[in-house]
Design a binder for this molecule. Structure first.
Ligand code: SAH
Ligand code: SF4
Length: 398
């Protein structure tokens, strides 16, 4: 693999990733993930539309891609035959390749996907009143939270808008949800909580979510999309302004010592700075609360006093907040234990008594390693020394 480092677009500071996505081997351009205006420009460049028609043609193609789920230009019946043939000559409507698909006993589904030679995962979690797709933003993760399986991965590459939107398209394919319908959808919500730190791939995530929210296409409301960050403070305001989706913050600890250890990014952007950025997050209010995710690790962050401190901090910053308590999901070789059920309940009660909602999340898809923090594209066996080496390498980069 080339060792040349390049910066992740949109990051506040350059963060090295091994390399960018290679072009498609067949030389064709994937239309999935491109804004409508870019499709119009490409039609013009390829000589497939007159300047006056390009916008209109792009709109038609957009409808076929995002309302009908068409992947074959030959099916786009309101386009002329020469245009359909011309499109097939230059473009594709792509999908990530499905390498493996698993279904949990609780109905959760996990897909191992591949594109441009690299693998990443997506998860669909059906519930009685909603269906949530958990989407990845990177192959691996720029960060190295100690309790997270993805954080142990060496390889990091930003997923492109095409690969991010492609996950949603593929989920729709698998659920048989074409043509798009406003009511009765299975896939109702999206969480950017798969592999990767979305705010270290800001521009691609933003561009992808804009397509997902576009009213003439997939049309998912920003109220049904949640972006989770482990606390990339300098990008949070932009996320609010330029994407405007719900915010979830992976807090996980209330003291500097513990957060420095389990979410090492805390050494760069500390708890108080992070909470101030939450207070400043555009669009957060009592109707649209910020979610604080708190993974429950036995004897690490789960004491009564941690719960009291959590309430104090949320009140100090006057945050419109709710807390999600996530029982820690195990993975091979992890140096943690899940908190006792009784302690999780006590913790939840204390936060509720402080006037803040703190439901305990039921783990989903653990049997297929699809639960929070269990995603990793290959289960290699890594030594402690190698884990430490990878962590040091990542930390040196940010
Ligand atoms: N990188 C982003 C989003 C992906 S992780 C972030 O960290 O916010 C989604 C959530 O799962 C995060 O809150 C993460 O901290 C949590 N998580 C990671 N590993 C976990 C594990 N093993 N058990 C339970 N939750 C975990
Ligand atoms: Fe990355 Fe999120 Fe895992 Fe931390 S918890 S290593 S930020 S995916």
């Amino acid at each position: 693999m080339p060792t040349e480092l390049m910066s992740i677009p949109g990051a506040a500071e350059a963060v090295p990733v091994p390399r960018d996505t290679p072009a498609r081997a067949d030389g064709l351009t994937d239309l999935v993930g491109l804004p409508r205006a870019a499709i119009a420009d490409l039609l013009l460049e390829a000589g497939l539309a007159e300047p006056k028609q390009a916008k209109m043609r792009a709109k038609q193609i957009w409808g076929w891609i995002y309302n009908r789920g068409a992947t074959d230009f030959a099916h786009m019946s309101d386009l002329s035959k020469p245009l359909r043939e011309g499109l097939a000559h230059h473009f594709v409507v792509g999908r990530p390749e499905v390498v493996e698909a698993h279904v949990s006993t609780d109905g959760t589904r996990k897909w191992l996907l591949r594109s441009a030679g690299e693998e990443y995962e997506m998860v669909f979690i059906p519930d009685a009143d909603r269906g949530t797709l958990c989407v990845s933003s990177q192959v691996g993760c720029t960060l190295n939270c100690r309790f997270c399986f993805t954080g142990t991965m060496k390889l990091v590459r930003n997923l492109t808008p095409s690969e991010i939107v492609g996950q949603v398209m593929l989920a729709r394919d698998s659920l048989g949800e074409w043509p798009s319908q406003p009511d009765g959808r299975l896939l109702t919500n999206i969480v950017m909580m798969g592999m990767g730190e979305p705010l270290y791939n800001f521009e691609h995530v933003r561009d992808a979510l804009k397509i997902v929210m576009d009213g003439d296409g997939l049309a998912l409301s920003k109220r049904r999309i949640t972006l989770s960050t482990s606390g990339v403070v300098p990008m949070m305001a932009r996320a609010g302004e330029e994407i405007g989706v719900n915010l979830a913050v992976s807090l996980h600890a209330v003291t500097k010592d513990v957060r420095d250890e389990i979410v090492p990014l805390n050494r760069k952007y500390g708890i108080e700075e992070l909470l101030q950025a939450c207070a400043d997050y555009p669009g957060a209010n009592n109707a649209r609360r910020i979610t604080f995710e708190y993974v429950m690790l036995k004897d690490k962050n789960d004491r009564d006093e941690d719960a009291h401190e959590l309430v104090r901090l949320i009140k100090k910053y006057r945050l419109p907040a709710k807390v999600n308590l996530i029982p820690w999901n195990p993975w091979p070789g992890a140096p943690f234990e899940t908190s006792d059920e009784r302690q999780v309940q006590r913790f939840s009660d204390i936060v509720y008594q402080g006037g803040i909602s703190a439901p305990i999340r039921r783990p989903r898809g653990r049997d297929i390693m699809a639960a929070c923090g269990q995603l990793k594209s290959s289960s290699e066996k890594i030594s402690r020394a190698e884990l430490d080496r990878r962590a040091a390498e990542k930390e040196a980069a940010w």
